[in-house]
Design a protein. Structure first.
Length: 125
């Protein structure tokens, strides 16, 4: 498996990490009604839940970009570099979200989004 494919796996698991952080941040987690519970959170646990939601949103285009880049024979080093950068940026994004660092969060979001776009653009050449 390529490094980029491992990054897809990490990106697929990342929402689970943020969900775990949200649920562990407060007592009284109700597994019978997890969406209601998560919707009622405040502070950093709420932001961890928001990071979870955004991680789910960012995953499909990233995974598609990696697969398409592989299918189009984009150089493996390019795919790997973009995938690693995306994964690190998305981890930083979640940490910035939890820490309430909105400007830095937006910058790392933009970096990760740029990596996703680059995976598609480098595939067209």
């Amino acid at each position: 498996m390529t490094i980029a494919y491992w990054c897809v796996l990490v990106a697929a698991l990342m929402p689970i990490v943020w969900a775990g952080a949200a649920k562990s941040g407060i007592k009284g987690y109700d597994n019978a009604r997890p969406r209601e519970f998560l919707g009622s959170l405040q502070g950093w646990p709420a932001r961890a839940n928001f990071a979870q939601q955004n991680a789910y949103e960012a995953f499909p285009p990233f995974a598609a970009g990696v697969i398409i880049a592989h299918l189009c024979n984009t150089p493996q080093a390019t795919i790997d570099a973009l995938a690693i950068t995306f994964t690190v940026a998305r981890a930083a994004y979640g940490l910035c979200y939890i820490a309430d660092r909105s400007t830095l969060r937006s910058l790392v979001w933009l970096l990760a989004f740029g990596c996703t776009v680059a995976l598609f653009v480098t595939s067209s050449g």
